[in-house]
Design a binder for this molecule. Structure first.
Ligand code: MN
Ligand code: MN
Length: 317
């Protein structure tokens, strides 16, 4: 059978942005969807995430951000969803890297997932484009450091382990935020053991405003700065408490509030640090209620874009 992509790719564009034209679009930022959920542990549905996030973004009207007082609408274009093979994880990952890498050479891209397995391909591509390992700001309920996926080499919870093993990331510049799921100590401590930092959801309890979070943001900034590496943000929507983001495959109660995540994104992503891209993954519309999850996902992506526009452009895009 000929290569077959999923049949339900997004029809809308993020914030109503124009489609990206040509190999080197003029817009500084690109948005692209990765409608894949073939590596989830329990409940599928994240393949519908890109479409739902784009749909929710239409509610942001002129998209002028109340903190940064700017709108990203004239600075972005939308590549739509990539046409990926609906086959094995390994084949999809290879195809994703091959399609993502040329886009990253011309633009700062925000990726709409999809399950978290896609991040490994994106890190492989960024590692190749930038010629050095990445620092990573990783929001998640799960550590994603498992060395196997129930006996298989890869799933949506192995990409951190795989990225470390492949030298795609600098462990000292790896920061995890919101971790709280059940996991053996070896997996939970993996990033800490390598010299990175794991900020658990418990450590963040009661800290919500920018001033309350200031010691945390200062520590993260110092770590990212010291890594002297391009910085990638990966936001697994299950970092949020299911009360704020029920539409995800593996919800974990006791998580972050929308205000906590937005405070962290606003404070960190507007800093003069060399951010080179972001993904927002694990939005699973079949489990959503009142489109809550799609809306906070759209707001997180919008906030990231506005924060980067408020900061001075870095030499890494
Ligand atoms: Mn994850
Ligand atoms: Mn997760």
């Amino acid at each position: 059978m000929v290569q077959h992509a999923f049949a339900f790719l997004s029809q809308q564009r993020f914030l109503g942005a124009p489609p990206c034209a040509g190999e080197a679009p003029a817009a500084r930022f690109g948005v692209a969807g990765v409608a894949w959920d073939g590596a989830v542990t329990n409940r599928p549905g994240a393949r519908f995430g890109p479409n739902a996030i784009r749909q929710a973004s239409q509610m942001l009207c002129d998209a002028t951000h109340p903190l940064f007082d700017l709108s990203p609408t004239t600075e972005i274009c939308d590549h739509g969803d990539l046409h990926l093979p609906n086959t094995s994880l390994e084949t999809m990952r290879t195809a994703l890297q091959a399609q993502a890498q040329p886009l990253m050479q011309h633009q700062h891209i925000v990726w709409l997932g999809g399950d978290h397995s896609i991040t490994l391909s994106l890190l492989r591509a960024l590692r190749a484009v930038h010629g050095q390992p990445l620092a990573v700001l990783h929001f998640d309920a799960h550590c994603d450091t498992w060395s196997d996926h129930f006996g298989e080499p890869s799933g949506h919870g192995t990409w951190v382990y795989e990225a470390v093993q492949e030298g795609l990331v600098t462990p000292q510049g790896f920061v995890q935020v919101g971790i709280r799921s059940a996991a053996q100590r070896e997996a939970r401590d993996y990033v800490d053991t390598l010299g990175g930092r794991v900020i658990t959801a418990r450590e963040l309890r009661g800290l919500e405003s920018p001033s309350q979070l200031a010691p945390i943001t200062a520590e993260i900034r110092a770590r990212l700065d010291a890594s002297n590496a391009p910085v990638y943000v990966t936001l697994d929507i299950d970092c949020l408490d299911p009360a704020f983001a029920p539409g995800t495959g593996t919800p974990e109660p006791g998580g972050l509030s929308s205000a906590q995540v937005l405070s962290l994104l606003e404070e960190l992503c507007a800093m003069q640090l060399p951010f080179v891209g972001m993904d927002c993954v694990e939005v699973s519309p079949p489990y959503d209620h009142a489109e809550l999850t799609a809306h906070i996902a759209a707001v997180c992506v919008w906030t990231y874009l506005c924060a980067r526009l408020a900061a001075q452009p870095s030499p890494w895009l």
